[in-house]
Design a protein around this ligand. Sequence first.
Ligand SMILES: *Cc1c(COP(=O)(O)O)cnc(C)c1O
Length: 393
Amino acid sequence: MSYLMNTYARQPVTFVRGAGVWLWDDAGNRYLDALAGVAVNGLGHAHPALTAAICEQVQNLIHTSNIYQIQHQESLAQRLCQLSGMDKVFFCNSGCEANEAAIKLARLYGHAKDIATPTIIVMEKSFHGRTMATLTATGNRKVQAGFEPLLAGFVRVPYNDIDAVRQVAEHNHEVVAVLVEPIEGEGGIRIPDADYLHQLRAVCDAHGWLLILDEVQTGIGRTGTWFAYQHTDMLPDVMTLAKGLGSGVPIGACVARGAAAELFKPGNHGSTFGGNPLACAAGLATLRILEDDDLLNNAVRVGAAIVGGFERELSGVAGVRAIRGAGMMIAIELDRSCVELVRRALAAHLLINVTADNVIRLLPPLIMSEAEAAQLVAGLAPIIRDFLLKAGS
Ligand SMILES: *Cc1c(COP(=O)(O)O)cnc(C)c1O
């Protein structure tokens, strides 16, 4: 029996050490990590330059308080704004907290315009976290069930359907913002049409709404650009970050531009740990290493090699519906439930994930080499083929 609350159906494995894309369990077995702690460990495990930066910071100072000036927090905010084209940053500790901050910004923005019930448009099959506001925003009944009453002030539309957003605009005059993932991660690595974000930007501009992008999973190089919206030439008003930002040291950020960047005043919002010296040192080191080692380009190149590899290995295999990816965010969608594959891959010492029940999700470390990518494809493709053969017969 365990003293832990029963929040996760955990795999029967304990990792004790890592290096690069590899993890070792407590029996000394080596595993190829194609999940990276769910898009967190972009630099892989025990990256020497990251480890050195964190050790140095711990020896100096871990935490002070947001009551005082924090040099690393200023520096990380500046760097994020330089990379994103945004103006100001609020630091917290996780993705859901970053989204909470964004939702609070949207409500402040609405009240400043005398809108009594500020309403946020959210998407079907989205995921924004598990706090009360973010699970309300999430488009998955399983995440919400049992936690009613949910919050007021959200309306839901289908993802990648700009007409649905326009229709809400026609009859709902309380809308203040759209909250959307540039690619739906938990929802199955759903990549919208190339002009979707542009069209959302245009609708938001026409109605004076904030465009809030949840880049918690897609941000920090995951799709081959610093932020996924940089595949387009538009900017959001608010962007949220977390997963990859601290390479495993908890940190989240709500990044805003223009009017949205000026809304919070002292007393409106805060966080005890948010943006502390350790977390910001990890964030600064992460951004520096991603840049120094040209890892965004690596994500593009190796991500394409992984997609190409699976296309070669699985093309024409009955049961494979789609293979798609953006940088190191890769999906193999099957025509049936395949949660079972996680266990089978683990037995073959490959770490993968299944989301939305029938989508194999790969989120490899951005440092993965082409040789390691080839090992991943060579190891996983037969497991998928075998699963589809037997499950189908
Ligand atoms: C993981 C995730 C979150 C929640 O992040 P936490 O750190 O677990 O709170 C929010 N949005 C997206 C898109 C995510 O992938």
